[in-house]
Design a protein around this ligand. Sequence first.
Ligand code: URA
Length: 427
Amino acid sequence: MNIIDIIEKVKRREKLSREDIRFIVNGVTKGIIPDYQTSALLMAVCINGLDDDETTELTLAMAESGDMLDLSSVGRPVVDKHSTGGIGDKTTIILGPILAALGVPVAKMSGRGLGITGGTIDKLESIPGFNTEVSNDEFIKLIKDVGFVAAAQTISLAPADKILYALRDVTGTVDSIPLIASSIMSKKLALGTNCIVLDVKYGNGAFMKDYDNAKKLADIMCNIGRNAGRKMSAVLSDMNQPLGYAIGNRLEIEEAIDYLTDKKIEKGLEKVINELCIEMYKLSDKYAGEDEETLKQMIRGVIEDGSAFDVFKRFVEIRGGNLETFISPEREKHYEELLSSGRLFKKEIELSKDIDQLSAELVGRASLMLGAGRNKKDDAIDPYAGILFLNKPDDLKNDEMLKLVLYSGDAGKIEEVLQTHLKMFIE
Ligand code: URA
């Protein structure tokens, strides 16, 4: 068997055999197939696609390329959720603690930012001292002791995905249904969670630009999971506007804290949180046929009594994180200090026109330019960089204007964003 013949087969749209797919995944994982051949193969798949059988086989081979975690010692079904990536998407950090407070164990292997989309791991790392590298034993202990864990992808789980993901990011081969489906589902299957809710985003700020393709992606991922014996459900959510008020790593942790402490809850974010929490709860062993209204009240209950925030604080504390400067009034003092010492810059602006053109994609690009994401693989993230909406279009009454604050450790980047992405809204 030889990799060139396999690339040719995909180029000619011939069906790959199980052996072809195992050969590819084994060769990629062991470093036998060089990056240039893997990249050619990825591009051929991106252009010509794979059928459902091939996608399922690729997913299983990638899942089995490393350790398969056994969560049976938890003694109960563990629930997982995965988003296909969006702008301002801090849902994991909010819904994990809510469900844990409702008695549903939640475990996730999360990613870093990809392109203009943010990643939970980068967000958690904006908390000083927080360690996102969790061993397999610590992972299981956190599920048992706290009821919620979100950890970085370790080398031992789905290593083939780690290699392919990094290559796709720099070869223009991200937006492919079989590649996204196998990437996400291989990690889910390797992690061993029993129930999986997929948040498949569509719109200008998502990899799937339209609803129909997002639905196709959701269906294939649910089929792969069900064939592997998992309880599956998918929510399709709109990513034409950023989610919530904050875009940027630390800003999003602050918004998650404000949500969990019932201080500030944006309506669009609340809709997605409720939808995902309800789907996750319904798949869990706690579900006793409650209707959606009752489930929404239960969600509100654990926010109002502080138990969801207690779960979040415990999780952060165990991972070494320090939330001192995230809680008022220390938060405000911390920002004053950073701003007055020139370590952080901010600019508040009012948008005078065309606010319906302020898409998730544009906000994602502006936030990346401020330093909240990476342009190259090894770029450092500026944890404070990003955009904070003081109001959202749905909040506006009469002649009120949309107000945003731009944050960056580099004043020049704020100017650059004002001269490029935001220029049309302020002139
Ligand atoms: N998230 C993943 O884990 N993989 C993808 O390919 C896209 C989003």
